[in-house]
Design a binder for this molecule. Sequence first.
Ligand code: ZN
Length: 324
Amino acid sequence: MSKAFAPLSLDLDNKWSYLKTHGDDAWRSFPTYLETIVPRALSVLAERDLSITWFIVGKDAEMAGHHDLLASIPAAGHEIGNHSFLHEPWLHQYTPADLKDELSRAHHAIGEATGETAVGFRGPGFSLSEETLDVLASLDYRYDATTFPNALNPVGRFYYLRTSNLSDEEKEKRKALFGTMKDAFRSNRPYRWMLSSGASLVEVPVTTMPLFRVPIHFSYLLYLGGKSPALARLYWRMALTMCKVAGTTPSLLLHPLDFLGSDDEPDLAFFPGMNIESKRKLDLMAEFLGMWQERYTTTSLGSYVESLHALKEKSPADLMKRPD
Ligand SMILES: [Zn+2]
């Protein structure tokens, strides 16, 4: 039996964006680890013959020192997507004018650095609004891959706010981070946004475990794997089986920290799963990716979206507003 096609993507969050979200002032000098993570992830993917989608942050694309690194990604056969300019997870609180500026600035910077035109977007921290979809359509984007129907969102927010160094004002701004319980009940399968302008955009949610709606992407598996590899294996096997039984094609994401260990980035020790050494992490990743490849033929999000037909149509009014 031939394997089904399923998309993988990597959100190329840089070190500065994690420090910024955590409330650490060191972010202001834009510290970067792209020179470590980009070649390392490219080599893991090449060894397994995987072509995926990389969502790039505009600010990183604008830095001249990153141009060759970022151009090496499409040169290796991967798709390029837009992950906003400043990676602010409160993007849905921007004014329409600021939002347009933010997304088109990222679009152009990414195009210039990579030589590729992005047609897909993922919002930072799963942040999405109707205005975002309108701006994406005006830039001729074909899909958005931001929504994350995850029942553990409020847990993530609690953990994040509790462990951060943010002032009360900054915490207020981040109140809607990682979504609300409502997000858990969004669709776990692709559909089409029908926008008031008449344009449309395909939505590919980041898949969570069918029925239970808990995260199944690699960072979460590694977090479990740091505690017990046997538990992580069992959980991953269950997630893949649940997707099969539910008839849900998983669209899963990777993060730079899935390829970096405590020996690479001791400053990021506050991050879940960053207490694991890189060698051990890469061994776990090899195992999890192997289990994925036993079941699926990997594709980029762009190719996956092109293969979808007869999608359910939704209005952005269904995109339930988050608290301001
Ligand atoms: Zn991100």
